[in-house]
Design a binder for this molecule. Sequence first.
Ligand code: SF4
Ligand code: SF4
Length: 94
Amino acid sequence: MSAKSWREIPIGGDIVEAGNSVEYKTGGWRTFKPVWYPERCIHCLFCWLYCPEPAILVEDGKMVGINYDFCKGCGICVKECPDRAHALELVREK
Ligand code: SF4
Ligand code: SF4
């Protein structure tokens, strides 16, 4: 995708195309990354619900992993993962 000039941007900077987050690989922003421990996961999907990117992978109603192309390391999933599961941990990106 090429960058748009200011003349091509909608007035007010409105975002007119819904669901466009998949077009931007935000993984490059990361300084921390969440690590998932599947053996502890209770598949409540809070991480999927709160993640601001399409980064939590779900199949058949269960979490199956993290797509690091889109995970920007915000840590929201780690914060929202229930204490009784503690299935996500935030570590510094190497
Ligand atoms: S760290 Fe942020 S972007 Fe990455 S999976 Fe968790 S909530 Fe999503
Ligand atoms: S919030 Fe935690 S326990 Fe719930 S699905 Fe995500 S990783 Fe699993």
